[in-house]
Design a protein around this ligand. Structure first.
Ligand SMILES: C=C(O[C@@H]1C=C(C(=O)O)C=C[C@H]1O)C(=O)O
Length: 368
C-alpha cells in the first residue's frame, strides 16, 4: 500500500523567512558548550542564517567517543532562540528525545540516518510526535533503500505530521572513495519523482566527510534543483569534539553560499523555452525509436525461445552473449559513449531476454 502524502509546502512552515534557494540550516555537529554554541550561532546569524542546527544526542559508531552534551544543551538552544531570534533544530532518535526537545520549544527536528534505517525507532518517534505541528526532516537511511526512506515519511504522516522534508546525506560504503558517504544521486532524484511536494535538502558535510568537498557537493545539489542545504558549521572547526574535518566556520559557509550558481527550474523567457521544447521533441522521437527497437528485439527473443524449447537448446548462450557485448562496447568507444552505460543497458536487456525465454520454456502446452 502506498500513501498519498499531502505535505504542506515549505513556505508555509514559518521556518525560513527568505525563501530563495538554497534554504540553509547550519550549525555545529554537536552542541559542546554554551559559549561554543552561542558564538557559532551569533556568527551564523550575522552571516544571514535563520535556522540553527546542533546535535544534542550523538549516535557514535564506537562507545567512549563524545556522545553529545545531552539534555543540558537544550536550554542553550532555547536561549539562542530567544536572544538571537534564530530558529533551533536538533536530531531525535527516540520518544524521550522528542519529549525533551518539545519541552524546550525546538522549532524543527530531524531523524538521523541510522534511525531512519530502523522502523521501530521511526515508529516510536512518530508516536511521540502525534498531534505536534513542527517540521520534521528525515535523513536517508544509511543503506540505499528508498522504500525505507519513504516508509519513514509514511509513518510520520500517519501520525499527523504534514511538514516534512528530506535530507540527503549519502550512503555508507565499505569502499574507500573520494567522499565519506557515496551520494548515489539517483536515490534522492527518485524520491523527488515519487514524492513531488517533499522539500529536498542536501547535507554536503556528511556526504563529503571533509570541508574541501562542501562547495562542489552543494553546487551539484543546486544543479539538481534541491531546495536547501544543511551544513555543519563551528566557530573553531578544528577543535570540534565530533566531525572536526567536515565542519567550516560561519564565514567559510557564507563564502561557499556566495559562490553557488543557482539555476532556475525552467527557462525564463519564451524564446529559450522554444529551443528546449524543440530539443525535447527530438528526444521524444528518439525514445520512441528505442522503444520500437526494444519491442521488436523482444519479439525475436520470443521466437528464438520457442525454437530453443522445441529443439531442447539451453537458454543462455555464453559465446553469443560475449560477442554481442564486445561488439556494442566497441561501438560505444567509437561513438564516445560511456562504455559503462552501454554495458549496463545491454546487461539489463540480456537479463530480460533470459527471463522471457525462461517463461516460454516453463510454460505448459495448452491441455498438457
Ligand atoms: C536470444 C538468445 O538467447 C539469449 C539472449 C541473448 C540476447 O538477448 O541477445 C543472447 C544470447 C542468449 O544468452 C540467443 O540465444 O540468441
Amino acid at each position: 500500500m502506498t500513501y498519498q502524502l499531502d505535505i504542506q509546502p515549505c513556505p508555509e512552515w514559518n521556518l525560513f523567512t527568505r525563501l530563495q534557494r538554497p534554504l540553509v540550516i547550519a550549525g555545529p555537529c554537536s552542541a559542546e558548550s554554551e559559549e561554543q554554541l552561542f558564538e557559532t550561532a551569533t556568527l551564523l546569524k550575522n552571516n544571514g542564517i535563520e535556522v540553527l542546527r546542533a546535535g544534542i544526542w550523538k549516535p557514535r559508531t564506537r562507545p567512549n567517543c563524545f556522545e553529545g552534551i545531552g539534555m543540558k544543551g537544550l536550554p542553550w538552544l532555547q536561549h539562542i532562540q530567544k536572544t538571537l531570534g534564530l530558529k533551533i533544530s536538533t536530531e531525535v532518535a527516540n520518544a524521550h528525545h522528542v519529549e525533551a526537545a518539545l519541552k524546550h520549544d525546538i522549532d524543527m527536528l530531524w531523524i538521523g540516518a541510522r534511525s531512519t534505517a530502523n522502523p521501530f525507532a521511526v515508529q516510536e518517534i512518530a508516536e511521540a510526535l502525534r498531534g505536534v505541528d513542527i517540521p520534521v526532516f528525515v535523513k536517508n537511511p544509511v543503506n540505499p533503500d528508498i522504500e525505507l526512506w519513504i516508509g519513514a515519511f509514511e509513518r510520520l504522516y500517519l501520525r499527523g505530521i504534514k511538514k516534512m522534508g528530506a535530507i540527503h546525506r549519502g550512503f555508507s560504503s565499505y569502499n574507500s572513495a573520494r567522499y565519506r558517504n557515496t551520494p548515489q544521486w539517483q536515490i534522492p532524484i527518485e524520491l523527488k519523482r515519487r514524492v513531488k511536494q517533499l522539500p529536498l535538502f542536501c547535507d554536503p558535510s556528511h556526504i563529503g566527510g571533509h570541508r574541501e568537498y562542501i562547495q562542489e557537493i552543494s553546487q551539484k545539489a543546486m544543479d539538481l534543483g534541491f531546495d536547501g542545504l544543511i551544513v555543519e558549521s563551528h566557530v573553531h572547526p578544528d577543535c570540534a569534539l565530533s566531525d572536526a574535518a567536515q565542519q567550516i566556520t560561519p564565514v567559510q559557509l557564507k563564502e561557499i553560499l556566495e559562490h553557488l550558481v543557482i539555476r532556475e527550474a525552467h527557462p525564463n523567457n519564451s524564446a529559450n523555452h522554444l529551443i528546449i521544447e524543440e530539443l525535447r521533441e527530438k528526444i521524444d522521437t528518439l525514445d520512441s525509436s528505442i522503444m520500437e527497437a526494444l519491442t521488436n528485439r523482444m519479439k525475436i527473443i520470443e521466437e528464438i525461445g520457442l525454437y530453443k524449447k522445441e529443439n531442447n537448446i539451453t537458454i543462455l548462450q555464453p559465446d553469443r552473449w560475449e560477442s554481442i557485448l564486445s561488439r556494442v562496447t566497441e561501438e560505444a568507444r567509437e561513438n564516445n559513449l560511456p562504455v559503462e552505460l552501454v554495458e549496463r543497458v545491454f546487461k539489463a536487456i540480456h537479463q530480460a531476454s533470459i527471463d522471457r525465454q525462461t517463461d516460454i520454456m516453463n510454460k505448459k502446452e495448452l491441455g498438457a
